[in-house]
Write a new protein. Structure first.
Length: 87
């Protein structure tokens, strides 16, 4: 479940609430029970590893590997089709 940040409009307290994406929330401050507004926060989602560049695209070696896998799969399909025609 996502975590949403809210800020109280009265005491300016910042707090977090766990809630479903499609759930409508009338958040109230846990400190003063005042109304709160949802804040836009930065996420901590980061792709790491040798397969990705900083801009989230796969590396050249990974692209070549996927291309080779696709070629091998295509070869397997044609040989099976030829066997069916022969019989």
């Amino acid at each position: 479940m996502p975590i949403y940040e809210y800020q109280c409009t009265q005491c300016e307290e910042v707090f977090e609430i766990f809630q479903k994406i499609n759930e409508f929330s009338q958040a109230s401050c846990p400190k003063c029970s005042g109304p709160a507004k949802k804040l836009i926060s930065a996420t901590n989602f980061v792709l790491k590893g040798p397969g990705f560049y900083v801009n989230d695209y796969p590396s050249k070696s990974r692209k070549e590997g996927e291309k080779n896998e696709k070629q091998e799969a295509d070869k397997g399909k044609t040989s099976k089709g030829e066997e069916k025609r022969a019989s």
